[in-house]
Design a protein. Structure first.
Length: 453
């Protein structure tokens, strides 16, 4: 009996234990709740895109990149960042035929995705100085041409007044301001006009204008946007100005430095360490170093050119320089030494009649010269040693003068002074030019210079 009782007790205990292990006994048989998700510790960086109608836009955040397609309205980098990490988005590559800008591009990741970076894109705009506007004697203007991604060139309805007989136009490196040299000494002349560049690329006048020396004809802005220089033809000098973040100009403590006779053009080396002035009546270039307080003549203050030197240009790497000589119908060529002095690369090459404008292609492979009275464009190939080889001429309109490449290097625009037009040429793979279109400007406006942004 005792053994049977013991067996019955053991059996009952085993059954109870089995039921407990299997969730028996009539209790809740639902699964145990999942553990709470771990809070995110890294986040995406991105934002919105507007106006993008072509391909080629690439954004960068450090080593991470994002390629943005045509028509996109938003973007995100695939690399995620932890809370507290810094980000600084830049444009690594602009889209074809457009220019884009950023807002809210840098900051620190908090505890959420970054979504407020803005990318705004627009078509290129060309700005053309018209030596005469037709409204009154000596009065000038800036025309604005909107360049469509479909190849169209559309003259904007708004033409902005400048001072008297405007010549050169330049942009600040950040693209926010434009400056125009007004060369005549009648009222509104001997000044620099200022314009703000809107988000749509169109200009708005900023007053007042800034007085200069006699007959400012060419301008240059340092790479950091901190200084502006003015070649003053009749003053035989360069005016020197500090450039404020708001586009304001103020004369430096040394307001001008002497050049040779008839300072006709000024150019800075690509790194803005050196400045060069063409002395039209001296057949020389004046050579300067650029310091925080202005220009200082180099130990070799001048270098010889042909007769009547005009525009000066450098290869993008800053190793070579070229000068259009209006009086001797030639192009001088130089090597740029480490100390900034120029060394001639030999005999100047022949150009057309009265070469004035000169541009080096963005890829550094070609030089183009506008022959003012030859009504043509001369082209040269740049060798590995910087020496030029003639590559023929292309017919142009009447009085080709100012030239500008689109930022993507695909087109070259040239002002035609005497028929008041702007010609657009496509730049082929071998550097040759093909005429694409001609845009009419106001009659007898004498378009002088052009810049594209």
């Amino acid at each position: 009996m005792k053994l049977a009782s013991t067996l019955r007790a053991s059996f009952a205990t085993a059954c109870i234990l089995a039921l407990a292990a299997c969730g028996g006994g009539g209790g809740d048989d639902s699964p145990a709740p999942a553990p709470a998700p771990t809070p995110a510790t890294d986040y995406q960086v991105g934002g919105t895109v507007s106006g993008l109608s072509t391909s080629g836009l690439v954004l960068a955040n450090g080593s991470s990149t994002a390629t943005i397609g045509s028509g996109a309205t938003s973007f995100q980098f695939t690399n995620r960042l932890a809370t507290g990490a810094a980000y600084a988005v830049t444009i690594q590559s602009q889209p074809s035929g457009q220019t884009c800008s950023l807002t809210n591009a840098s900051g620190t990741v908090a505890s959420a995705d970054v979504t407020n970076i803005g990318v705004s894109c627009r078509n290129y705009v060309a700005y053309v100085t018209n030596y005469l506007s037709g409204t009154s004697a000596h009065a000038g203007a800036v025309d604005q041409l909107v360049l469509g991604t479909d190849g169209s060139v559309n003259r904007h309805a708004t033409s902005l007044a400048t001072g008297s007989e405007p010549r050169n136009i330049v942009l600040s490196p950040n693209g926010k301001f434009a400056f125009v040299a007004n060369s005549n000494n009648v009222p509104l002349g001997n000044t620099i006009s200022r314009f703000a560049v809107g988000s749509d690329g169109l200009l708005t006048a900023v007053t007042p204008s800034t007085p200069t020396g006699a007959a400012p004809v060419d301008l240059a802005v340092t790479l950091d946007g901190g200084m502006l220089f003015s070649a003053n033809l009749e003053a035989n000098a360069v005016g020197q100005y500090s450039l404020g973040a708001d586009g304001s100009l103020a004369a430096l403590a040394t307001p001008s430095v002497a050049t040779g006779p008839k300072a006709a053009s000024i150019a800075l080396s690509p790194d803005s360490k050196f400045a060069y002035v063409s002395n039209w009546n001296g057949a020389t270039l004046s050579q300067f170093s650029v310091t925080p307080t202005g220009l200082v003549p180099l130990s070799t203050p001048t270098v010889s050119t042909g007769s009547g030197p005009r525009e000066i240009e450098f290869t993008p790497d800053g190793k070579f320089a070229y000068v259009a000589n209006q009086g001797s119908n030639s192009v001088s060529q130089y090597q740029v030494n480490a100390n900034g002095t120029l060394t001639s690369l030999g005999t100047a090459l022949p150009a057309g009649s009265q070469p004035w404008g000169l541009k080096v292609s963005p890829d550094g492979k070609s030089v183009y010269v506008a022959n003012l009275t030859g009504n043509s464009l001369s082209r040269y190939r740049i060798g590995a040693d910087g020496r030029l080889t003639g590559a023929g001429t292309v017919p142009a309109g009447i009085g080709p003068h100012g030239m500008a490449f689109t930022p993507d290097g695909k087109f070259l625009f040239v002002t035609m002074q005497n028929d008041s037009t702007v010609m657009k040429f496509s730049v082929e793979a071998d550097g040759s030019l093909t005429l694409v279109s001609t845009t009419a400007l106001p009659a007898a406006s004498l378009p002088w210079d052009i810049v594209i942004h």
